[in-house]
Structures are given as structure tokens and as C-alpha cells.
Design a binder for this molecule. Structure first.
Ligand SMILES: [Zn+2]
Length: 218
């Protein structure tokens, strides 16, 4: 790979991203986790450590099959979700998982986010799906997330939270924030009633505008 990022820099970036998610309220009580693709696998936050205490060497290098070289911390229990998405989606370079309030609110109700607003298309499609529930940290949850995020850059996770990926850590966090904003807006609209939805062909047009297929990038 021509521009493989420096490992030390990437480890620190994972820490900085976790801290930023915590400070912004995206991951209350440090409920989320963060990873970045590296080499044949990824670098992910360890389980059970205070983000404020993290040092670059605490970030765990995990292979896509979940194997972890000796002498490292224990990786986040949600490594299955991260590994599954990296394996399924070549464009995923960084992933953030969060229990952000409004995403959780919709997810506990098993609600996907429909095309109530055109910004839903920023996540890649006509809606943001909600994956079925499975126990946290399970391989089953990883499989559910991969299916729900197909053709998208984010999904909700029933009775749990949300997960988003991007071409780098900054984009992954930005998209997770967008999922949280849209979740809050959709929830507010639901207080008034069932919101009218944009048509499929309009959402398809907006997806193209956002994702720059052809020459529309910008
Ligand atoms: Zn979680």
C-alpha cells in the first residue's frame, strides 16, 4: 500500500478519537470503541480501560480472524463487528461504535431511520437500517451488523447503539455524529406524528450527489 499510515501515529489517532467521542457525548460513559484498519487487520481500543489512561501501546493489533499477538491488551469485546465490517467492506478504513442517546432511543424500539430527511443519504442509501439484537461482543452481532450496514456507512443496533465507518477516523466520527443528529431529528418528528418520507428516486439522486458517482464530486 502506497500510503500506509505510520503505526504510532495511527495508534495515537485511535486514542484521540476515543477521547473526542467521550468529550462530545457521543459515547456516554466511554460506551463506544474505535478502530482503524492497519496492515492485514486493525488497531482497536482495549476493553476495560479508561480512555484518559490510554497510551499508544495499549491499542491492540487484531487480525481479521480475531487473533491477537501475545503480549497485548485484551481488545474491545466488539472486535467481531469491526472485523466483520473490515472484511466485508474494502472502503472501510476506520470504524466507531457508540451508544449515543438518540441512536439508542430508536434502536431500543427496533426502528430504522427512513428517508424523512435528505441527509439520511449521507450514510450511503435510502435509509439507515437497524440490525437485529444479539448479545454484545458476539459473533452473531458482528454478522447482523455487516448485513444491516450493506450499501451504507452506518447502521443502528437493536437494544444497543450504532456503528459507522469512514475512509479515515475523522470521517467515521463525523458520520457517527450525523447518525446521532438524524436519530434525534427523527425522534422529534415522531412526537408530532409519522413524518412523510422522501421518494426513493429522490433519495437515489441525493446519494449520487453526496457520493460523487460520475463527475458530481464536491
Ligand atoms: Zn456497544
Amino acid at each position: 500500500m502506497a500510503d500506509t499510515p505510520d503505526e504510532d501515529w495511527l495508534r495515537q489517532s485511535v486514542i484521540d478519537t476515543a477521547l473526542a467521542m467521550s468529550r462530545s457525548g457521543l459515547s456516554p460513559q466511554q460506551s463506544g470503541n474505535v478502530s482503524a484498519r492497519f496492515g492485514e487487520g486493525f488497531l482497536i481500543t482495549p476493553t476495560g480501560m479508561d480512555y484518559d489512561d490510554l497510551l499508544p501501546e495499549d491499542i491492540v493489533a487484531v487480525a481479521l480472524d480475531g487473533s491477537v499477538a501475545a503480549g497485548q491488551r485484551i481488545p474491545s469485546s466488539e472486535w467481531h463487528m469491526h472485523a466483520g465490517i473490515y472484511a466485508a467492506r474494502a472502503e472501510a478504513q476506520a470504524i466507531v461504535h457508540a451508544h449515543s442517546d438518540y441512536a439508542v432511543t430508536l434502536a431500543v424500539m427496533g426502528l430504522s431511520i427512513p428517508p424523512f430527511h435528505y441527509m439520511v443519504a449521507l450514510l450511503g442509501g435510502r435509509d439507515i437500517r437497524c440490525a437485529p439484537y444479539a448479545t454484545f461482543g458476539s459473533a452473531e452481532l458482528g454478522r447482523h451488523a455487516v448485513v444491516a450496514i450493506e450499501g451504507r456507512k452506518a447502521c443502528l443496533l437493536a437494544h444497543h447503539g450504532q456503528i459507522a465507518f469512514g475512509r479515515d477516523l475523522d470521517e467515521a466520527v463525523k458520520l457517527a455524529h450525523e447518525v446521532e443528529i438524524l436519530s434525534g431529528q427523527y425522534w422529534r418528528a415522531l412526537q408530532i406524528g409519522e413524518p412523510p418520507l422522501l421518494a426513493d428516486d429522490e433519495m437515489d439522486r441525493v446519494v449520487v450527489k453526496f457520493h460523487g458517482y460520475g463527475q458530481e464530486n464536491g
